[in-house]
Ligand binder design. Structure first.
Ligand code: SF4
Length: 212
């Protein structure tokens, strides 16, 4: 795909949704970090339901750590893998207090050293909470990048690097959200809704389908 096409794709995505946001509910970097840890293999809606109960009671590393694994599990047991997630969150909270003064660190290295935090989670936090140029590639972004030709790659890391290189600079900070939302609601896994896709004329996918 050439640069002019990429530019037009993001111009349109921006036009349709000038201030894209994550669908995870959060009000601080710490809440976002916890929500993203909980969201692995779970839906944002499911995570939001759990954090809507949890955060009013505990939304600091100290407060969540004080709940303990069992106490935290009570709030998140509707989410898949809640047992291991509870252990990771409690240990992450302990490390945030002991090593980072109760704050979420703003470096990839420090974030990825926290239990339950991999490259993708670190990228989401760096990009969404701290507005750094980082690109979290999830299943939706991976699919959209490959189908459209914006940033084709065989691995998540390859797609991440290509997106950082090829997405026009002025759109890079928000590209993560636009691509996720496009993958979730339009360029869906089983049957992409090409008939109502805003970038259909620019997309290079060979197997476009109608909406019916
Ligand atoms: S045209 Fe189809 S395949 Fe291409 S981005 Fe749109 S929905 Fe996805």
């Amino acid at each position: 795909m050439n640069a002019a096409k990429r530019l037009e794709i993001f111009r349109r995505l921006h036009e349709d949704n000038p201030e894209p946001k994550t669908e995870l509910a959060y009000s601080t970097p710490f809440e976002l970090l916890i929500a993203v840890i909980l969201s692995a293999q779970a839906t944002d809606v499911g995570v939001n339901k759990a954090t809507a109960r949890l955060f009013p009671v505990a939304n600091t590393p100290q407060a969540i750590h004080a709940l303990g694994v069992e106490g935290l599990s009570e709030y998140i047991k509707t989410i898949g893998l809640y047992n291991s997630k509870a252990r990771n969150v409690i240990e992450t909270c302990r490390l945030l207090v002991e090593l980072h003064g109760g704050e979420v660190p703003q470096s990839r290295e420090a974030l990825e050293a926290l239990p339950g935090v991999g490259r993708k989670t670190a990228n989401v936090v760096l990009n969404t909470a701290f507005r750094q140029l980082a690109m979290a590639v999830d299943t939706h972004i991976f699919r959209v990048s490959n189908r459209t030709g914006i940033a084709p790659g065989k691995t998540v890391l390859e797609v991440e690097k290509k997106l950082l290189k090829f997405v026009p600079k002025e759109y890079l900070l928000d590209a993560h959200h636009w691509l996720i939302l496009h993958g979730r609601y339009v360029c869906q896994a089983r049957k992409p809704r090409c008939g109502s896709c805003r970038i259909e004329d620019l997309c290079e996918y060979k197997l476009k389908t109608s909406d019916d």
